[in-house]
Write a protein that binds this ligand. Sequence first.
Ligand code: PLP
Length: 467
Amino acid sequence: MAVGATPAVEKPRVTTALPGPRSGPLLAARDRLGYAALRDPHAEVPFVMAGKRGSIIEDVDGNTFADHVSGWGATPLGATPEPVLEAVSEAHRRYGLEISNYVPSPPTVELAERLIALAPPGLTRYAPSMSGTLVVEAGVRFARRATGRPIILGFLGEYHGEGTYLTAAQSTDLSEVATGSAQFVPGLVFAPFPNRFRMPFQRGPGPFDDTLTLDYVEQWILVHQVEPEQIAGVLIEPVLTEGGIISPSPAFWERLEELRRRYGWLLILDEVQTGIGRCGTMFGAELHGLEPDLLLLGKGFAGGGQPIAAVLGTEAVLAGAEGGAGGTFAWVPAACAGALANLELVAAGGVLENVAELEAIARRELGPLVERHEQVGDVRAVGAMVGIEFVTDKRSITPAPAFHYAVHQALVRRGVLGMTQWGKWIYRLHPALNMPPELFAWSCAQVCEAVAEVAAAPPTEFSVLDR
Ligand SMILES: Cc1ncc(COP(=O)(O)O)c(C=O)c1O
């Protein structure tokens, strides 16, 4: 190939019925052996993976799919890049699965130094952890201890993981994660997530003023539910991710900052999904100039290596915190070595620029769907995250789950695997940060074709409460 020539990008191909003849029996065995939640009655992922190269997933029947899931965020650079793989293997061979809370090793210290150097201003300390759920729980514990206050202000529509006690109460919806727990969790108050497209007590689509949600906090929550001096901190994502790629306005963040200063509330920023390049910046905090007291990392922080998560905090919050995070598998040397290699790859240049290009392609190619189809209510893109909201009609903006589901099915048949979950009705694309723009543009073209195909014969709708 000539120097400088771009290698041809592999395009997905689906050549069998789905699931194919090899996937079918494996899926049936999974269903027979797993607990009920592992079953996939709506065939959201109708295949069994044989392997991945770059951003292409191949199934055991030889079908290939463009990967717009990225391990739900944990494989931010596609199939694990060689430097991450090498760092993980080397460290694992040398140190084994050592308990870093007790026996430190160089990879833990080196990762801490690099992470703190890259972190938003004021974050000078870290606490090690293993998953997004655990860092949210740790963040809340640290905020309560640092302030001596009990209550956390959260936002309806967020998802913060699957802990039984705290995070179960804050799921995007009352799905199976929260059922039976949410109503029994004390110590939390909620306002609706600031959303310019869809607001409670407003009919039809926005654009709405999303600071209305802070009017609700000031005029209702602080008057009728909890004294401001009882609130330890505000738990929020810089961009709502699972809830549908919603970036609050600058006015929202300014006013939240005013409230926080007035009442001494800490900012606990959940960057489990937005952190380490996903928004086109190293941290989502940079999008809005936020200076959190606590910043929570998971998913993409692992870089496709080994599971790892972290709480970052200020001196005031973490320097004196005795315990509250950790665990046997927190920051094992191989996970640290992989996370460090990933940080270097993302910081080295090229990756964040690619994310900006993916965002521009999404806006250009998918944005016009809103004008083209009555059922496309809103298309939102932030960095390497796209959310498409399907509605029955533009006046009522009633969610259209059947339409959504049919589009997903049409896309899988075309070789595009996006993110969808029964009960969470915002269709999402979550490509690797380094997905070749050509493959991403091809995928967007498939989305346009799939939406047109479903719009030509729309399915009968059902309610989002039908589970
Ligand atoms: C914003 C956010 N916080 C926390 C979590 C929980 O992370 P984990 O699945 O690693 O426990 C998730 C997972 O999707 C998430 O998106």
